[in-house]
Design a protein around this ligand. Structure first.
Ligand code: PHE
Ligand code: NA
Length: 471
C-alpha cells in the first residue's frame, strides 16, 4: 500500500489541502499570461481545441501517472525514481528522469520569476493610478518603457525570487495551505468581473469568436508579426507542438513538480479524482482569462499576436476605463502574483527536497542556493527584452527568453511526461499501479492504463515528428 513509505518532509494535512496545493501549482502565469498570448499568436479557436485535446488525452492521464509515482516513492523526484527503480527492478537509467526534471525546473523558474516580476511591478503601477483613463497607446507605451529598463526589471525579478525562497525555506505546507484556500477563489471571482466588463464591450462577440471558432488552416500556418507590424504566415508544425507543450506547462507536468507534491499526499486520497479537479480548475481559469482579454484586444484595435506583453498591454486599458478599475486592477495583479508565487514554489521544491534528503542541508540554505542559481539564470531572460534583444544576440531568430521557453515547454516537459507515461505504463507492474490508484480492475483503471501505455506516448511522438516536418 501507499503507506509503506513516509516522506521526511511531512504530509499535506488532508486530501483537500493536496488538491489546493496542486491547483496552486497548476494555476499561474501559464493560464493568465501565457495561454492568451500563445492563443493569439497561433490563430485562436483551432489552437484552443487542439490544446484542450492535449489536456484530455495526454495531460490528465500523465498527471495521474506523475502523482502516482510521487506518492509511491515519497521522496524528492530524484530519489523517488531511484526507489521505484529498485522496487520494480528497472534499469537505473530511469533515475535520470528525476535529474532532468530538476534541471528543467531551474530553467523554467529562471524566466518565470522575471515575468512574475512584471506582474509585481504592475500591482504598484495600477495602485498609483498610472492607467486611470489611459488609452491603448499610452498603456502600450508604458509597457515598452518598462521593458526597456533592465534595472527596473531586475528589482522586481529579485523581489519575486526572494519571496519564493522565503516560502520554500519555511516548508511549502505552512503558509501556503491557508493562503491558497482564500486567494484562488478570489482570483476566479476577479476574472469573472473582468469577463463581465468585456461583455459590455462591443467586441465581446468578436473576442469569443476568435477564442472558440476554429479555423484549422491557422494551426498549420504559423503567423508572426514582422518588424513593420504586418502578419506573415508560413506552413509549420509549431502550433501543435506549442499546444502540446503548453498542456504540460499549464498542468505543471513533466518535471517533478506534481510528483513532489504527490509525495506529500495522504495515502488514502483518490489520485484520479484529485486530477479531475486540478485539470478542470486549470482549464477554467485559462478560458476565463482568454474571454476577458480578447474582447479588449479587438475593442482597442490591438494585435492578438502581440506576444508575451499581451496581458500587460490589454488589461490595464480595461482597468483604466472601468468603474473601480484602480481597485480591481490592483487586486487582480496581487492575485496574479500570488498565483505565480504558488506555482514558483512548486517549481523549485524538487531540487530543494533533494538537497535536504541527500546532503542533509537545512531548508533555508537549500532554498537560498537554488533560488540564487535560478535568479542568475533569469538574467538572460531579463536582458532579452532590452540589451540582448538585437538580432546579433539571437539564435534561430530566438532571444534567450524564447530559447529557454521553447526548450522547456516544447521539448523538455513533453519528453519528461513521455517517460513518466512509459514508466507508469510499462515498467511498473500492474499490481503496483493498481494498488496505488485504489480503483481495482475497474474500467477507469483499465482506461487509464491504456492511455498511458499507448495513447499519450504515441501522441507525443506524433506531435514531435510533425514539428520536425516528418509527418
Ligand atoms: N503550471 C504553472 C503555470 O501554469 C507553471 C509550472 C510549470 C509550474 C511547471 C510547475 C511546473 O503557470
Ligand atoms: Na496552469
Amino acid at each position: 500500500m501507499s503507506e509503506q513509505r513516509s516522506s521526511i518532509h511531512g504530509q499535506w494535512s488532508s486530501r483537500f489541502v493536496f488538491i489546493l496545493a496542486a491547483v496552486g501549482s497548476a494555476v499561474g502565469l501559464g493560464n493568465i499570461w501565457k495561454f492568451p498570448y500563445i492563443t493569439g499568436e497561433n490563430g485562436g479557436g483551432a489552437f484552443v481545441i487542439i490544446y484542450l485535446c492535449c489536456i484530455a488525452a495526454i495531460g490528465a492521464p500523465i498527471m495521474i501517472a506523475e502523482i502516482l509515482l510521487g506518492r509511491r516513492g515519497r521522496q524528492s523526484p530524484i530519489n523517488t525514481m531511484r526507489a521505484l527503480v529498485k522496487d520494480e527492478g528497472a534499469h537505473p537509467a530511469w533515475s535520470l528522469l528525476g535529474w532532468g526534471g530538476v534541471i528543467t525546473g531551474f530553467l523554467i523558474l529562471s524566466y518565470y520569476s522575471v515575468i512574475a516580476g512584471w506582474a509585481l511591478a504592475y500591482v504598484f503601477q495600477t495602485a498609483v493610478g498610472s492607467f486611470t483613463g489611459a488609452n491603448a497607446q499610452q498603456v502600450v507605451g508604458l509597457f515598452q518603457g518598462f521593458l526597456a529598463s533592465p534595472g527596473t526589471l531586475l528589482v522586481w525579478h529579485t523581489l519575486f525570487m526572494v519571496m519564493t525562497m522565503v516560502v520554500v525555506a519555511r516548508g511549502v505546507r505552512g503558509g501556503l495551505e491557508k493562503a491558497v484556500t482564500l486567494l484562488m477563489p478570489a482570483l476566479f471571482l476577479l476574472l469573472l468581473i473582468l469577463v463581465a466588463y468585456s461583455m459590455s464591450l462591443g467586441a465581446f462577440g468578436k473576442g469569443l469568436d476568435f477564442l472558440f471558432s476554429p479555423d484549422f488552416g491557422k494551426v498549420f500556418f504559423h503567423c508572426e508579426l514582422d518588424a513593420a507590424g504586418a502578419e506573415v504566415c508560413r506552413f509549420s508544425g509549431e502550433p501543435i507542438l506549442v499546444a502540446l507543450g503548453h498542456a504540460f506547462f499549464t498542468l505543471s507536468l513533466g518535471m517533478g513538480a506534481i510528483m513532489v507534491y504527490g509525495s506529500y499526499m495522504p495515502g488514502n486520497a483518490s489520485i484520479a479524482r484529485a486530477t479531475l479537479v486540478i485539470v478542470i480548475a486549470d482549464t477554467a481559469v485559462a478560458l476565463l482569462a482568454g474571454m476577458a482579454i480578447f474582447p479588449i484586444v479587438f475593442a482597442n484595435g490591438l494585435q492578438p499576436a502581440a506576444g508575451p506583453g499581451l496581458i500587460f498591454q490589454t488589461l490595464p486599458i480595461a482597468f483604466g476605463a472601468m468603474p473601480f478599475g484602480q481597485l480591481f486592477g490592483t487586486l487582480f495583479f496581487v492575485l496574479l502574483v500570488f498565483a505565480a508565487w504558488s506555482s514558483a514554489i512548486s517549481i523549485i521544491e524538487p531540487a530543494v527536497a533533494w538537497l535536504v534528503e541527500n546532503h542533509g542541508m537545512k531548508r533555508v540554505p537549500a532554498a537560498a542556493f537554488v533560488g540564487a542559481l535560478a535568479w542568475f539564470l533569469g538574467l538572460g531572460t531579463l536582458l532579452s527584452f532590452n540589451l540582448l534583444s538585437g538580432e546579433e544576440f539571437q539564435l534561430f531568430g530566438k532571444t534567450i527568453f524564447d530559447l529557454v521557453d521553447y526548450l522547456t515547454a516544447n521539448i523538455l516537459l513533453p519528453l519528461g511526461g513521455f517517460f513518466i507515461a512509459l514508466f507508469a505504463g510499462w515498467i511498473m507492474s500492474r499490481a503496483s499501479t493498481r494498488d496505488e490508484l485504489q480503483m481495482g480492475e475497474s474500467i477507469a483503471y483499465r482506461g487509464w492504463r491504456f492511455l498511458v501505455r499507448y495513447v499519450s506516448p504515441a501522441l507525443v511522438v506524433v506531435v514531435f515528428l510533425h514539428a520536425i516536418g516528418v509527418i
